[in-house]
Design a binder for this molecule. Structure first.
Ligand SMILES: Nc1ncnc2c1ncn2[C@@H]1O[C@H](COP(=O)(O)OP(=O)(O)O)[C@@H](O)[C@H]1O
Ligand SMILES: [Mg+2]
Length: 882
């Protein structure tokens, strides 16, 4: 029983917390036992005043007694709008002790991404993805934790931590199984809202254990009463203390302190006075008690409450304003009245409840006036608009252009540290000021840019409004139209997306801006395969792009679109490559068209790489997609962008016959895509389609099926174009699994859809070969026709891969010496192609047809090198049979 411990010193004994303290003792002991011990997470929750902070202080003491490093941080009601505030505070002891070189070393690749969030590097001009910043923070803390073992992290009032910190905390909590760190969290239930509540719930559910602190029992209240007032406190009086406070420790301690001050005798006859005394602990009673301390004190305490539960006398004084000496006297009186106390950094309220109460009691006009001054004071202190943003947000709208400027500045800083939600809140608030007419459209535009990736519907609303106003200027206007159309497309409104583009293009004279809009138009039509008149569109695109030399990015974009269209249609591959080359500058992506440039939708670059890939220029495709992975990793775009970059790089491996690497990249892609959303997004289908194709090439049909099931692999046939053609892949999968009839139906449907659109690329969409093989016995004529037609298309496209595959399929339908001759020809083509897996298949099949053991051996070696297990097994069986 803690009751038995001596009081006094820096801490008072805690009543009825034996179980909780035992849990803490055990967790700390485990942590300190050895470095390989897995970490722990203890979460304590309960209403205000129940004793969370007191318990966390005990945890800190227990950890220090065992020589563990203890880092602490605390959320605050008035500062929860400052992104990364709490995590910065938590890591401060570790970070300030580092030299700049050590900082670089610890942060490693995360330096540019997590550095600004931690406030140790200046934010750059980029906009790191919040997910990447979160990953970076997890990684940085993981590194620090390994060095500072044994380490205890304590986060109090987590319900008031900023959303960005909570996101990190939730991600970090998942890592604790592999890390020798003890994390202890305290929070009030039901306080956090929105995303913060979701993150906090995730932290709770990872806790071992999550404990709800209970109010004191009448016995403990009596013990506390007697420990404070003396053993002579009688039972009815003690009972009344408990009844009045409901066993809430904060109220009990405060009430007993007042009894002490007032020299009331702790006996039954005084019990009636307790209820009155308790009133001044909370609510109106508390406010009145402060009022009684004088006007200066009341003003000072209000300024302090604006700053949060901990504050500096100077800063509070500067808000009123009031001479420092007067402010110091106020602080002394408040300390004597148990309202404030000396904290680690300046002063703090004895309990955050008091700060909340004072804050709420202020007349709104006073409150916002203080917030306005606090914003200035924070910015004056050099901490920037982002740090001032919680105050800026609270100022009442008053047509103040200066405030709009500061809010926009804060939004820019938030975006640069990876906190787009905070940026959005600042810009939304700026709109309510409202901004001056010339600036209004810009704020709307900035808001549209800030919400682009997260909320297409909101983006549409803001950008439409921005475009309806004057003030954007010609360049921003075109940009806004392009972004609007993109948001519409993401919102599944392709038709409307095209309409806004065309309407704006019609208003503009010939020139770069107009060309840009036309390029965007063709891009949406090109990606979304469902359009009616595909051949007509191709003709128009060819006519527009044909004469272009690639002088500017609008021209380059059109060249890429034309190249991709020509590739999907199976036009001459050399021309496809020539168009792609024309879109590059010295063999590289042009400035402004790089992977992280946002002016042009990034699908455009995927189209470029794919055009190269299917035109047998896998070398070019590989260097483009490797560059994409690097660019997104170092820019911290670890969401959908990185997922797709891995997917396309993986598919280049697949085409090159590096099937194991392909599988690895594609699985990584899906892992990243799963973090963006759980299945069902086009990016899932894209990566799943590539992975299924790869697994089938490896000969792992059951695994391919598992992927298909996991992602409900049934992409809508008529919308987005997939690389490779997803319907062909699905047909192949069904056949591989023995669902012949479904497979045939799928392939027939593919044939119909692609033919209608004029898409005849037999490498991108190899449906004809699978269909021909499946029909070979039942309907040999049809099979021969299919292969004959495909061969014509392959010759027209003209790559070694395309022709080699067509010839190989024809060989499979033939017999005797004709088959052998065709296989030999297929081998010649495919050996010259960059596609090692297709080459291996042709070798093995040639060897089998020709009864040539050496050729089968050769094919087997190739198959093994590719990681084509199914093919290797087939070759081995053949060799064993011989
Ligand atoms: N179990 C306990 N026994 C005695 N006093 C306690 C106990 N828990 C908390 N207190 C006291 O009650 C007051 C409020 O507790 P605190 O930890 O700040 O509550 P919370 O953080 O839950 O709001 C503090 O003065 C603290 O010392
Ligand atoms: Mg507390």
């Amino acid at each position: 029983m803690t009751q038995g411990r001596p009081g006094g010193g820096a801490w008072a004994p805690l009543w009825e917390r034996e179980t909780e303290l035992a849990v803490i003792h055990r967790a700390v002991a485990d942590l300190c036992s050895d470095r390989t011990h897995r970490g722990g997470l203890l979460v304590f929750s309960g209403e205000a005043g129940i004793g969370k902070t007191a318990l966390l202080a005990e945890a800190r003491r227990i950890a220090r007694d065992r020589s563990a490093a203890v880092w602490v941080a605390r959320g605050g009601e008035t500062v929860k709008e400052v992104p990364f505030k709490v995590v910065r505070q938590l890591l401060q002891p570790a970070l300030i002790s580092l030299t700049p070189e050590e900082t670089r070393e610890y942060l490693g690749d995360w330096y540019d991404i997590a550095g600004p969030a931690l406030g140790i590097t200046e934010p750059g001009s980029g906009r790191p993805d919040p997910q990447a910043v979160c990953d970076g923070l997890v990684d940085v803390v993981t590194r620090l934790a390994r060095v500072h073992w044994p380490l205890v992290l304590i986060v109090d009032d987590a319900h008031w931590a900023d959303q960005e910190t909570l996101r990190w905390l939730a991600a970090f909590a998942e890592k604790l199984d592999d890390l020798p760190v003890l994390l202890v969290v305290g929070h009030r239930p039901g306080e956090a809202g929105g995303d913060s509540a979701v993150h906090l719930a995730a932290v709770r559910s990872a806790a071992r254990p999550a404990t709800v602190l209970q109010a004191l029992t009448p016995d403990a209240a009596a013990g506390l009463t007697r420990a404070t007032l003396g053993e002579h406190a009688d039972a009815p009086f003690c009972r009344e203390v408990w009844a009045v406070t409901g066993g809430n420790p904060y109220e009990s301690v405060e009430l007993l302190a007042k009894v002490q001050d007032s020299e009331i005798e702790p006996v039954e006859s005084s019990a009636a006075a307790l209820r009155d005394l308790n009133r001044s602990a909370r609510g109106r009673g508390l406010v009145d008690r402060i009022q009684e301390l004088g006007t200066d004190v009341a003003q000072f305490v209000r300024a302090a409450a604006i700053l949060g539960s901990s504050f500096s006398v100077e800063l509070a004084a500067s808000l009123i304003p009031m001479p420092l000496a007067v402010a110091e006297r106020c602080a002394e009186r408040l300390a004597a009245a148990r309202i404030v106390t000396g904290g680690e950094t300046g002063l703090e309220f004895v309990h955050p409840l008091i700060a909340s109460e004072v804050y709420r009691s202020m007349p709104p006009a006073t409150r916002t006036a203080f917030h306005g001054r606090a914003a200035w004071a924070v910015m004056d202190s050099g901490r920037g608009a982002a740090a001032a943003s919680p105050h800026l947000l609270e100022v009442i709208p008053d047509d103040d252009p200066e405030l709009v400027t500061q809010l926009r500045q804060a939004a820019t800083e938030h975006l640069a540290t990876g906190a787009p939600d905070a940026a959005r809140r600042c810009l939304e608030r700026a709109l309510r000021e409202p901004p001056r007419p010339g600036v209004h459209a810009r704020v709307l535009y900035e808001l549209g840019c800030a919400t682009l990736l997260t909320s297409p519907a909101t983006t549409v609303r803001h950008l439409r409004e921005a475009l309806s106003l004057t003030g954007l200027g010609p360049e921003l206007r075109v940009d806004a139209v392009c972004r609007l159309s993109q948001a519409l497309v993401h919102n599944d409104e392709l038709g409307e997306g095209l309409r806004v583009i065309d309407e704006e293009a019609a208003r503009l004279p010939d020139g770069t801006a107009r060309l840009r809009l036309q390029a965007v138009h063709f891009m949406w039509e090109g990606i979304h395969a469902g359009e009616e008149d595909a051949p007509g569109r191709s003709r128009r695109l060819a006519a527009l792009a044909g004469p272009l030399t690639g002088r500017d990015n609008a021209e380059r974009a059109l060249l890429i679109l034309r190249a991709f269209d020509a590739m999907t249609r199976g036009e001459n591959a050399e021309e496809v490559v020539e168009l792609c080359d024309r879109a590059l500058v010295n063999g590289r992506l042009a400035p402004g068209l790089g992977w992280t440039d946002t002016e042009w939708s990034f699908e455009l670059r995927l189209m470029l790489g794919s055009s190269y890939a299917f035109a047998d220029r896998l070398d070019r495709a590989e260097s483009l997609f490797s560059e994409a992975v690097k660019a997104y990793e170092s820019a911290g775009w670890s969401g959908g962008h990185l997922a797709l970059a891995h997917a396309f790089l993986g598919y280049v491996h697949r085409r090159r016959g590096r099937l194991r690497d392909a599988e690895k990249s594609l699985r990584e892609s899906l892992r990243l895509a799963d973090r963006v959303g759980q299945g069902g997004l086009p990016m899932h289908w894209e990566a799943a389609s590539m992975l299924i194709d790869t697994l089938l090439a490896r000969g792992h049909a059951e695994e391919a099926k598992a992927v298909a099931d996991r992602y409900g692999f049934a992409p809508p046939s008529a919308s987005t174009i997939y690389v490779p053609d997803a319907m062909s892949v699905r047909g192949r999968l069904l056949l591989a699994l023995g669902h012949t009839e479904d497979g045939l139906n799928e392939l027939e449907a593919t044939a119909k859809a692609l033919t209608a659109r004029g898409q005849y690329n037999t490498v991108l969409a190899p449906w004809a070969y699978d269909l021909a093989r499946a029909l070979a016995h039942e309907d040999p004529r049809r099979a021969a026709d299919l292969v004959g037609d495909a061969r014509v298309q392959a010759e027209r496209f003209g790559t070694d891969t395309a022709i080699g595959e067509a010839v190989r399929c024809a060989a499979g339908l033939a017999s005797g010496t004709r088959a052998v001759a065709l296989y030999a020809k297929a081998v010649t083509y495919l050996e010259a192609s960059p596609c090692a897996y297709e080459h291996a298949v042709a070798r093995v099949e040639y060897g089998i047809a020709a009864g040539d053991v050496d050729a089968v051996q050769h094919g087997l070696a190739l198959a093994r090198a590719c990681g084509a297990d199914g093919l290797a097994a087939r070759a081995e069986r053949e060799l064993a049979g011989v």
